[in-house]
Design a protein around this ligand. Structure first.
Ligand SMILES: Nc1ncnc2c1ncn2[C@@H]1O[C@H](COP(=O)(O)OP(=O)(O)OP(=O)(O)O)[C@@H](O)[C@H]1O
Ligand SMILES: [Mg+2]
Length: 356
C-alpha cells in the first residue's frame, strides 16, 4: 500500500504533520493550502466508504479524485463540503474546519453535485438569482456578475429560457456557472461531465480552464474518466475508499515506466502459462485480451513472436496511461473495477439504499 500520509503531500509543502492545520495557523485568505485533509474516515454502519484519506490542495490548483464507481469520491467531497459528518479525522477548506465551522466553509465554497439540481421550471437567470439570494451576493454587484458568469458558460443568449428546454451540456454549464456565482475560493465539481458526449465534455473542460485562469479558483473535482484526469495538476487515485497514489499525471505515469502489451490469442489461460514459462512475464486477462507489462515493448514484441510459440491474432502496445497507473496500484483496470462494483451492487441490493 502506498503510504498516504507522506505520499499524499504536495511536493514542496511543509513536512510537518497535517495535524498542525487544525490549529489557528490557517484562517481566512491566509497563505495556507486551500484544502487540507487529515486522516479522514467515513463508515456507514460496518462499511468503511472512506479510509484514512489525507491530502492537501494548493490554492489555485486543479486537483482530481479519480476512481471507479463506489470508490468513495462523492463521500469524500461530501465531507469536505460539510454535507456528511466524518466518522474520524478532519479537514480544513478555505481556512475553516469542516466540522467546527460549517457555516464558514459553506460560504467560501461552490459545489456542483453529481446529480443535477438546477430548477427545470425556472429560467437560467432565475436559477442564478435564486442562488445569489441564498449566498447573499450584494445586489449592486449582482447584475455585472450575472452577465460575466452567463458569458463564461456561454448561456447569455438563453438566459431568459426555462431550463426544461436545455440540453444536458447546457444544464451542466449552468450548474457550473451557479457554483461560481458567489466567487467561491474552492469549487467542488462532482463528476462535472458524466453522461455528456465527448464534444460537450471537452467544452466543459474549456470552461474549467477559463475560470481557473480568470478567478484563480481552487478546483477539486472527481471523475472516473482517465482522459479528464489528465487536465488536473495533480490527481489522487482512490480505490475502495483509500488513496493508492497521488501525484501529477506525468509523474504517476513515469513512475509506472513500463509499456503495456495486449495480445489476442485463442486460449488466454494457456497463453498466460506459456508467457510465464518461456518469457518470464506475468500476464493477466483484461477486457478479453492477455495483458502484461515490459520495460521495452519495441524490443520485446519480436521476441514474443519468436519465442512464445503462441498463435497471436493481434498485438497492441501502449505507453503508460493513467489506467496503467491504476492497474499498477490495484491489479485491475478502472473499467474492470467498475464492472465488479456493478456486480457487487447487483448482488447486494442493500448497498443501493443510501442513508446518512
Ligand atoms: N449514505 C450511505 N449509506 C450507505 N452507504 C453509502 C452511503 N453513501 C455512500 N455509500 C457507499 O459508500 C461507497 C462509496 O460511495 P461514493 O458515492 O462515495 O462513491 P463514488 O466514488 O462517488 O462512486 P460513483 O463514481 O459511482 O459516483 C459505495 O459503496 C456506496 O454504496
Ligand atoms: Mg460519486
Amino acid at each position: 500500500m502506498v503510504p498516504t500520509a507522506w505520499h499524499a503531500r504536495r511536493p514542496g509543502a511543509g513536512s510537518g504533520p497535517v495535524a498542525a492545520v487544525s490549529g489557528s495557523a490557517v484562517s481566512g485568505r491566509s497563505t495556507g493550502p486551500a484544502v487540507e485533509v487529515e486522516h479522514l474516515h467515513k463508515r456507514f454502519g460496518d462499511f468503511a466508504a472512506v479510509r484514512d484519506v489525507s491530502f492537501e490542495v494548493a490554492r489555485g490548483e486543479t486537483f482530481g479524485l479519480l476512481g471507479p464507481n463506489g470508490a468513495g469520491k462523492t463521500t469524500t467531497i461530501s465531507m469536505l463540503c460539510t454535507l456528511v459528518h466524518p466518522t474520524s479525522g478532519g479537514a480544513r477548506v478555505a481556512g475553516a474546519d469542516v466540522v467546527g465551522e460549517r457555516g464558514k466553509v459553506r460560504s467560501r465554497i461552490g459545489l456542483v453535485f453529481q446529480e443535477p439540481t438546477v430548477d427545470e421550471y425556472l429560467t437560467a437567470e432565475e436559477n442564478l438569482r435564486f442562488h445569489a439570494e441564498l449566498y447573499g451576493v450584494p445586489p449592486a454587484s449582482l447584475g455585472p456578475r450575472l452577465d460575466q458568469i452567463l458569458e463564461m458558460v456561454e448561456l447569455k443568449d438563453r438566459r431568459h429560457e426555462v431550463v426544461e428546454n436545455f440540453s444536458g451540456g447546457m444544464r451542466r454549464r449552468l450548474e457550473i456557472g451557479r457554483g461560481l456565482l458567489h466567487s467561491p475560493r474552492v469549487l467542488f465539481l462532482d463528476e462535472p461531465t458524466v453522461g455528456l458526449d465527448p464534444q460537450t465534455r471537452a467544452h466543459i473542460w474549456t470552461y474549467i480552464e477559463t475560470l481557473r485562469r480568470a478567478e484563480q479558483t481552487t478546483i477539486l473535482l472527481t471523475t472516473h474518466y482517465m482522459d479528464e484526469a489528465e487536465h488536473c495538476d495533480r490527481i489522487a487515485i482512490i480505490d475502495h475508499g483509500e488513496i493508492v497514489a497521488l501525484d501529477s499525471p506525468d509523474a504517476l505515469k513515469a513512475a509506472v515506466g513500463r509499456d503495456r502489451i495486449e495480445i489476442a490469442v485463442p486460449d488466454a489461460h494457456g497463453a498466460i502459462a506459456a508467457l510465464d514459462e518461456r518469457l518470464g512475464v506475468e500476464a493477466t486477462v483484461s477486457e478479453g485480451m492477455v495483458a502484461f507489462y515490459v520495460t521495452d515493448g519495441e524490443e520485446f514484441v519480436p521476441r514474443l513472436f519468436a519465442e512464445s510459440g503462441l498463435a497471436i491474432h493481434s498485438v497492441r502496445m501502449s505507453r503508460p496511461t493513467l489506467d496503467d497507473v491504476f492497474m499498477a496500484y490495484t491489479g485491475r483496470t478502472i473499467r474492470d473495477a467498475e464492472a465488479s462494483a456493478a456486480d457487487h451492487m447487483r448482488t447486494s441490493p442493500h448497498m443501493l439504499a443510501r442513508h446518512r
